[in-house]
Design a protein around this ligand. Structure first.
Ligand code: GCV
Length: 645
């Protein structure tokens, strides 16, 4: 069985509705034609041998594709006589056909559906480097770059199909840290390759985006400045965009990481983030281009003696005052939390301040801090929580999902046979697609559907896989870093425990634990981060008793004998979570073992191997964190369990 097809591995069905015996349609666009091909091959894979007609005939039940002119992504599936009609523009038909095939695969006979995506931009950001490596990549090498150059292969097409099949429509192929040959993507050097990728994407309605370096005029243009207000710089970008956008169809715009972790940006020239972003926005505007401007601007060399600077505050401090100053084609791209993709963080308060600026929320399905695709960690429930979060600052359109204008996720793919390293990690890719189309989608339903499409419909498999996925984030959270504190991982690699690693690291993200207390105080007496939220939320977060317990150590510095709501001390709660997290990880591994013989042997063994790694790592996390706390506090576990003193 070819698992590289992931959820598109349509399986033969015992019974198919009569209308699958005929397919009608004469789409004119590239996407419409691709939709027709997908429909025919999908039905054939399920066991139908459909007759192909150009137009419907009365009395013959059929699946009919009706292509409308335009470029929107709306689609409708409705019953038509004894058949089904799928109607939309070329792009709409692609989504409609994949949706239809998925429903049919799930055993639904007349799946009626009228839908349009919640956001016009739904994309994956790849942190792929030109040399083929992937920053924070856990599934092999890049399939977009080889030997320093972009490549378009069979896999590019497979990728575009997978993207479209779960509703995604954009891809930034290169790392936001633009280094080495990736800089040359802006020159004429790789235009042919980029054009091929763009055309391949276009067939499935996926737009191409490129990450660019703010100092490209210096690096490539021989200029002596990249000052966004310099006429020569502005002219250089305009000429570069003219060449690029006119030779690469389907190029949607640029993604920019500026003034962040050592990357160049407008601050070097005394200019604001808005001045930097607007200069690029002006250069891409003639081609309908957009600028995705990242807000990940913070001081990454904070001195440990400086207790006022707080990384969590940085996004708001830098960007909230600039609301309204950005061009219409600039989207501020902010990570979902105020710090950096930890397993639990509050929602970034910046979004609550953006009233007149388009924004794009950045999630991360690359499991950088969530087990690196060696541990299972299904992130869609967390994304749903975030999208549902309310800022309590306006009567309407107050939720994250209503405030943002677009979504993206850092990709978890590579050239591994199964695309994502851990087979179960593909659920995050599929789920991210579905939830970006519809932010109200149910993560449990998505997990179930993904499992059936990927592994078949054996109820024992579906139940076990769905249950593992739905529990996985809490389990991971329990044996790693407690109560929102984050950052107990090994600096640099971000895998495995090192509770004091960052405490003595030049990146300066501090936990500030000592023998009495743990946590950073972020209330008004501390860094004041809580005050970046609207008054009701600020009041809740600053009040220790009202603060949601799962975020207690994100917001507060507390003594180890602080009493949690259930009466346990803070320390005991942390010990308990670490013991329980390990046990639960082991239980997930056992549950997987019971599936032996029920799914493809190779996949079974691959996942089993990952579970073994996860359980070993969970034990290490438990022992290292508990021992560290025990040695700091000399307070034993109340239940007398073994802690390595
Ligand atoms: C692409 C974190 C990661 C970096 C990443 C950065 C970012 O710091 O560890 O690898 O760089 O975030 O999002 O820009």
């Amino acid at each position: 069985m070819d698992y590289s097809l992931l959820w598109l591995d349509w399986r033969p069905k015992k019974r198919l509705p009569a209308y699958t015996r005929c397919v009608c349609g004469l789409p004119a666009t590239r996407q419409g034609k691709a939709a027709l091909r997908e429909l025919i091959s999908g039905l054939q894979a399920m066991g139908a041998a459909p007759e192909i007609r150009r137009s419907p005939s009365t009395g013959i039940p059929a699946v009919t594709l009706m292509e409308r002119p335009g470029s929107d992504e709306q689609v409708s599936l409705r019953r038509s006589g004894d058949g089904i009609e799928i109607a939309g523009t070329g792009r709409g038909l692609i989504y409609g056909v994949f949706h239809f095939l998925r429903r049919l695969s799930m055993g639904e006979e007349f799946p009626e559906w009228t839908s349009a995506p919640a956001y016009a931009i739904r994309m994956l950001d790849h942190w792929d480097n030109a040399d083929g490596s992937i920053e924070r990549g856990y599934a092999g090498q890049s399939f977009f770059f080889r030997n320093g150059k972009p490549v378009c292969t069979e896999r590019t097409r497979d990728y575009a199909r997978l993207m479209a099949s779960c509703g995604l429509n954009g891809c930034c192929i290169n790392n936001v840290n633009v280094r080495g040959n990736a800089r040359k993507l802006l020159t004429g050097s790789y235009q042919r390759e980029l054009r091929r990728i763009a055309l391949c994407f276009a067939e499935y309605g996926v737009s191409l985006w490129l990450s660019v370096s703010f100092s490209a005029p210096l690096e490539l243009g021989g200029l002596d400045t990249a000052d966004p207000l310099d006429e020569g710089v502005r002219q250089w970008w305009k000429e570069t965009c003219l060449r690029l956008f006119t030779s690469i169809p389907n190029l949607a715009g640029f993604l920019v990481k500026a003034d962040s972790e050592g990357r160049p940006g407008p601050h070097s020239y005394g200019r604001s983030q808005a001045e930097g972003a607007n200069m690029l926005a002006d250069a891409v505007r003639p081609y309908g281009g957009k600028i995705l401007w990242r807000c990940f601007v913070y001081n990454c060399t904070q001195d440990w003696r400086d207790t006022k600077t707080d990384r969590a505050r940085a996004q708001c401090d830098h960007f909230a005052p600039l609301d309204g100053q950005f061009r219409e084609n600039v989207y501020l791209q902010l990570k979902n939390g105020p710090v950096d993709f930890q397993v639990r963080e509050p929602v970034s308060p910046l979004l609550g301040h953006l009233e007149r600026t388009a924004s794009l929320m950045e999630f991360q399905i690359a499991q950088e801090y969530t087990g690196q695709q060696r541990h299972v960690c299904y992130l869609i429930p967390m994304f749903r929580e975030i999208l549902d979060f309310r800022f309590h600052s306006r009567p309407e359109k107050d939720r994250v999902s209503e405030r943002i204008s677009a979504v993206c996720a850092v990709s978890n793919t590579g050239d591994d046979g199964n695309w994502t390293g851990h087979d179960l990690a593909a659920a995050n890719w599929f789920g991210f697609g579905l939830i970006s189309w519809n932010p109200a989608a149910d993560p449990a339903e998505i997990a179930r559907e993904w499992s059936i499409l990927t592994f078949g419909d054996d109820p024992a498999v579906t139940e076990t896989v769905t249950d593992i996925l739905l529990r996985s984030r809490e389990v991971y959270e329990k044996y790693t870093s407690p109560l929102g504190i984050g950052w107990m991982c090994v600096p640099g690699t971000h895998y495995g425990p090192s509770p004091e690693g960052y405490e003595f690291d030049r990146w300066g993200t501090y936990l500030r634990a000592n023998h009495r207390e743990i946590g950073v105080e972020r209330g008004p007496e501390g860094t004041g981060f809580t005050e970046q939220y609207s008054p009701p939320l600020a009041a809740m977060y600053r009040d220790i008793a009202a603060c949601p317990e799962e975020l207690l150590l994100f917001f507060h510095r507390l003594p180890y004998d602080y009493r949690m709501k259930d009466g346990r001390t803070l320390l005991q709660r942390i010990y308990d979570d670490h013991f329980a997290g390990y046990e639960e990880a082991a239980a997930m591994a056992d549950a997987w073992d019971k599936l032996e013989g029920r799914l493809d042997g190779e996949v079974f063994r691959r996942v089993q191997e990952r579970f073994r790694m996860q359980v070993r790592s969970a034990a290490e996390w438990r022992d290292v964190v508990n021992t560290w706390l025990y040695r700091l506090t000399m307070q034993p576990d109340e239940k007398g369990r073994r802690i390595y003193p």
